[in-house]
Design a protein around this ligand. Structure first.
Ligand SMILES: NC(=O)c1ccc[n+]([C@@H]2O[C@H](COP(=O)([O-])OP(=O)(O)OC[C@H]3O[C@@H](n4cnc5c(N)ncnc54)[C@H](O)[C@@H]3O)[C@@H](O)[C@H]2O)c1
Length: 251
């Protein structure tokens, strides 16, 4: 098992990518603490995982008090943390810059940037030396995309935070990297397709898939493969880098 005896905290852990990755981490021998919002969502996620090695906490990643609380819970459960998957995120509005709603911009920045910042700030002190941090950016963190000002800005900012953390944590041999998924099968893409083509979301899906050179959306388990590699010792010399997993969309 590639993560035997390791401890992991996953934000957005009840979501598509977070939950699938949690399942993989458990199968590889890790203990996991999921962070997400909403009692029911948390209960459903824990139910899906099962077993004594899975834990979950209802916390809002944008709230400094909640972040301190989830870090304290990780410390109580595990002592020290080996893997931090800083992954919670929202899509925000789909609208041209001139019409982009201020409130949607603010909320996407709060979750995707402040949430990632607070996670790094509070979690770094309780990470074990040699730990691995993986922050979820997007292909939208490396290039522009019409209609997605808030999301694109937020995902570029995640790269900046990762680069600072990778430098500051290196003396403790803690590695920090970003992953950059292209469209992943699941609810977030359904929401974006509906925002892009409200009358015909299937047409938006087909148009996006056509831009992916390998011909289809990425599957969650394929994101979990990459995150598990970054979480494991197999990637021990990889830090400060941007790992793209987009079926060739951005290349
Ligand atoms: N799905 C895609 O196509 C895609 C592509 C590139 C990047 N990403 C990124 O991957 C990450 C995971 O997305 P996903 O596809 O699993 O979506 P998802 O909506 O299934 O999961 C996101 C999770 O984050 C949680 N969350 C949102 N705001 C929160 C908050 N304030 N506090 C705590 N939890 C909160 C949600 O409840 C949800 O469970 C996100 O950062 C997203 O931007 C997704």
């Amino acid at each position: 098992m590639r993560l035997a005896g390791k401890t992991a905290v996953i934000t957005g852990g009840a979501g598509n990518i977070g939950l699938t990755t949690a399942q993989r981490f458990l199968a590889e021998g890790a203990r996991v603490l999921l962070i997400d919002r909403g009692e029911q969502r948390i209960a459903a996620a824990l139910g899906a995982l099962g077993g004594a090695n899975a834990h979950a906490l209802d916390a809002d990643v944008t709230d400094a008090g909640d972040v301190a609380r989830y870090v304290a819970e990780a410390q109580r459960l595990f002592g020290a943390v080996d893997i931090f998957f800083n992954n919670a995120g929202i899509a925000g509005a789909v609208a041209p810059l001139v019409d982009h709603p201020d409130a949607a911009f603010d909320s996407v920045m709060a979750v995707n940037v402040r949430g990632v910042f607070l996670g790094l700030k509070h979690m770094l002190p309780v990470l074990r030396d040699g730990a691995s941090v993986i922050c979820t950016s997007s292909v939208a963190g490396l290039r522009g995309s019409a209609g997605m000002a808030g999301y694109v800005a937020s995902k570029h900012a995640v790269v900046g935070l990762m680069r600072v953390a990778a430098i500051e944590a290196a003396p403790r041999k803690i590695r920090v990297n970003t992953i950059h998924p292209g469209p992943v099968e699941g609810d977030m893409m359904r929401e974006l397709e509906a925002g892009m083509a409200p009358t015909d979301p299937k047409a938006a899906q087909a148009a996006i898939a056509q831009r992916m050179r390998l011909g289809r959306y990425v599957e969650r388990r394929e994101i979990a493969d990459l995150v598990t590699f970054l979480a494991s010792d197999e990637s021990r010399m990889i830090t400060g880098t941007t790992m793209v997993i987009d079926a060739g969309m951005a290349g």
